[in-house]
Structures are given as structure tokens and as C-alpha cells.
Design a protein around this ligand. Structure first.
Ligand code: NAP
Length: 351
């Protein structure tokens, strides 16, 4: 394994922030990982694990060891008439796993199509989209303890999943390196069409080409996981900026959850405010709050708020992490002032 010094991370984070890591290593097998965690020279170094770099914002050079997850491989562990257990290594691209599943007609992760990043990063924030979440299909997470290089298998419950949240972002932050996950996917159709935009997109496709995606009005619709995956991919491509063209890290802020009382208070002033009830609490899309403060499509020097989705902050070329953070802080302050609500970054801030 080659340890690099002063290694540029600019191509390893989708925000395209130009920073260096004091030490850098790529890990492509579990033995290598154990060696790194037991090496005396790195015992006391700060460590950062990178996958696709699609959910981080670097604000300065990283004075420690960056470990890039390159562990690869997808395998079917078990199969019966209803379910299939699939194990996937952490360095694989998340969407490649979606393709593996949907190509085999398996249900469970089709709504999570095209979420950027690696498989190992997926449990960190319990990735979610269009009404589905990783926690709904995850069986376990394999990870190595940074302090002693011992492997632990976390059950779904032990991951303490929440909304874009897990134990790996909280109590165990920086303490475990995720090497693999196992999912339980279904052979029995389980389409999740709870999001209107997805339902409408599929219905429109079915009307225009009844042969490919079920049928039109008044007929029984039978979408495949691939139909849904393709629809999600097309919606995402039409709304979200491609980091290869405009560097960004997807949703910069989490959505906000409020009590029913606070919702009523806000609806009295902003009757058009979108709200969604989830587990008896009310979710308000952060993008809407940011848009109401006039930020949608606004540019501030090298950084800005995306023109089609206000929850996405973008780098127009040579922004520093500090510039992105300054923009985020301005937005947080204005949303707080106008609505009394506190936006929380979804992106992992490396400060
Ligand atoms: P959108 O369609 O513009 O909708 C705005 C927000 O409204 C979303 O954030 C979504 O919350 C919420 N929403 C819409 N319909 C809903 C329903 N029927 N029930 C509950 N909540 C509803 O959102 P977008 O920015 O294009 O994103 C589309 C999906 O991709 C969202 O689910 C978003 O979370 C997801 N996404 C996930 C990641 C990630 O995991 N890192 C990154 C980018 C986008 P939710 O965000 O809670 O779904």
C-alpha cells in the first residue's frame, strides 16, 4: 500500500474544493485496512474516510490520514422464493448496486437511484429519496474499529438509523470504517409511489408508451423496478446539477421537522407552505424555506444556490470551502430570522 504525502483531494470531493491531505492511502482489501489501523505511525493521526466524496465540504487542508475506500464486489448470499440477500463492498458505487438489483427485477432500492457516492457511505446518513430509505432494506453493516482493527457486524437496529442519520454520524463518528453492507431485497413487487412527482412521471410515461411501463388510465399498472429506477434517474437528472459540470454535494441541508403547533403557526402566515407528515411530526422542505428568502438561483462570487433546487449549493469554479460555508451561514441566519427555524447541514463539514 502506498502512503502519499500532501495529496490533492480536489478530484476526490464532488464540491471540487482544492485542499490537500497530509497523508493519503487507497485501501482495496480488508488486510490492508487492518495494517493501517495497527500502524504505530498513524495511531494518533486524525483519520478521514472517503468514498465518492459526494457529501463532504472541506474547509481547509486535512492534517491527518485520508483513507479512500476501494473495496469492491457484489455477491448474492442467499435466495429463496421471496427474497434475495445481497452483500456489497463499501467501495462500490451506490448506483451500480441499484443497477445490479433492478437488472435482476429485485425490489427495495429502485427509488434510491442515482444517489451519488459509494455503498460504504450509504449507511452513514441512511440515504433516502422518493419515500424510500436504506434502513428499510438493510440487514447489516460490516465495519472495522479504527482503534484496534477488529471487525464488527452491526445489525439494522444497532445502526440507530434516523432521518438522514445513523450511529456512524453520531456516537461512532470516525470510529468505524464501513467495509460492506448486506441488503434484503424482494422478488415480490413492492412499488413505493408515495411521491407525487414520481407517480405522475410514471403515469405520463405509461400514457405515452403503454408498452414499456404498465398501462394507461383505468388499467392495472405493473411497473418493474427498472421502470421506477429509470424514472427516478430521469427526474433527478432534470432537477439536480451534475457535479461533473457544476460541482456540488447534493442537498446541502436536511429538511426540517416541526411540531403540529409550529406548523399551524407558520401556515397562518404562509398558507402555501408545503408540509408532509411523517411519524406524527411535520416535515418542511428546506429548499422551500431557502427559496422564500430569495436565495434560489442567486450567486455570490464563486458560490451560489442552484437555480432549480434551492437546497443545493454549488461551486462555480474555484470556490474555497470557507466561501461555501459563509454562504451556508448567511442562508441559515436568514431562514432563522424569517421562519424561526434552524437549518442543519446534511453535508459532512470537515473543519
Ligand atoms: P423535491 O421533489 O423538490 O421535493 C422537495 C422536498 O419535499 C423533498 O426534500 C421531499 O422530502 C419533500 N417531499 C416531496 N414529496 C413528498 C411526499 N410525498 N412525502 C414526503 N415528503 C415529500 O425534492 P428533490 O430535491 O428533487 O429530491 C428528490 C428526492 O431525492 C428527495 O426524496 C430527496 O430527499 C432525495 N435526495 C436525497 C439525497 C441523499 O440522500 N443524500 C440527495 C439528494 C436528493 P425528502 O427529502 O425527505 O424526501
Amino acid at each position: 500500500m502506498k502512503i502519499h504525502n500532501n495529496y490533492s483531494l480536489s478530484k476526490l470531493n464532488t464540491f471540487g474544493i482544492s485542499v490537500n491531505a497530509r497523508f493519503f492511502v487507497e485501501v482495496n482489501n480488508e488486510q490492508g485496512l487492518k495494517e493501517i489501523f495497527s500502524a504505530p505511525e498513524f495511531k494518533n493521526s486524525k483519520k478521514l474516510f472517503l468514498g465518492g466524496g459526494s457529501n463532504v465540504l472541506f474547509t481547509k487542508d486535512f492534517d491527518g490520514l485520508v483513507i479512500l475506500n476501494k473495496l469492491k464486489g457484489i455477491e448474492v448470499l442467499k435466495e429463496d422464493s421471496k427474497n434475495v440477500a445481497i452483500r456489497c463492498m463499501g467501495g462500490d458505487i451506490w448506483h451500480d448496486l441499484v443497477i445490479f438489483a433492478t437488472d435482476r427485477g429485485l425490489w427495495g432500492i429502485e427509488n434510491l437511484s442515482l444517489i451519488p457516492g459509494t455503498v460504504g457511505a450509504a449507511p452513514m446518513q441512511n440515504i433516502g429519496a422518493y419515500g424510500a430509505e436504506l434502513k428499510d432494506v438493510l440487514q447489516n453493516v460490516e465495519a472495522y474499529s479504527v482503534s484496534d482493527g477488529v471487525k464488527k457486524v452491526f445489525s439494522n437496529g444497532e445502526c440507530e438509523f434516523g432521518y438522514r442519520d445513523s450511529i456512524f454520524k453520531n456516537e461512532l463518528k470516525g470510529k468505524y470504517f464501513i467495509t460492506a453492507i448486506t441488503l434484503k431485497l424482494s422478488k415480490i413487487p413492492k412499488p413505493n409511489l408515495s411521491y407525487k412527482i414520481l407517480r405522475e412521471f410514471l403515469e405520463k410515461s405509461a400514457r405515452n408508451a403503454p408498452g414499456i411501463a404498465g398501462a394507461g388510465r383505468n388499467k392495472i399498472v405493473s411497473y418493474t423496478p427498472k421502470d421506477i429506477s429509470d424514472a427516478v434517474s430521469r427526474i433527478r437528472k432534470s432537477k439536480l446539477p451534475d457535479p461533473a459540470i457544476i460541482p456540488n454535494a447534493g442537498s446541502f441541508f436536511k429538511n426540517i421537522f416541526v411540531s403540529g403547533e409550529k406548523m399551524k403557526e407558520l401556515l397562518a402566515i404562509y398558507p402555501e407552505m408545503p408540509t408532509f407528515e411523517e411519524n406524527k411530526i411535520i416535515k418542511i422542505p428546506s429548499g422551500w424555506l431557502i427559496e422564500q428568502c430569495g436565495w434560489k438561483g442567486k450567486r455570490l462570487g464563486n458560490v451560489g444556490v442552484h437555480e432549480r433546487q434551492a437546497v443545493v449549493l454549488v461551486n462555480y469554479g474555484s470556490a474555497s470551502g470557507a466561501e461555501v460555508l459563509a454562504l451556508a451561514d448567511k442562508i441559515i441566519a436568514e431562514v432563522k430570522e424569517k421562519f424561526g427555524l434552524e437549518l442543519v447541514p446534511e453535508v459532512n463539514l470537515i473543519q
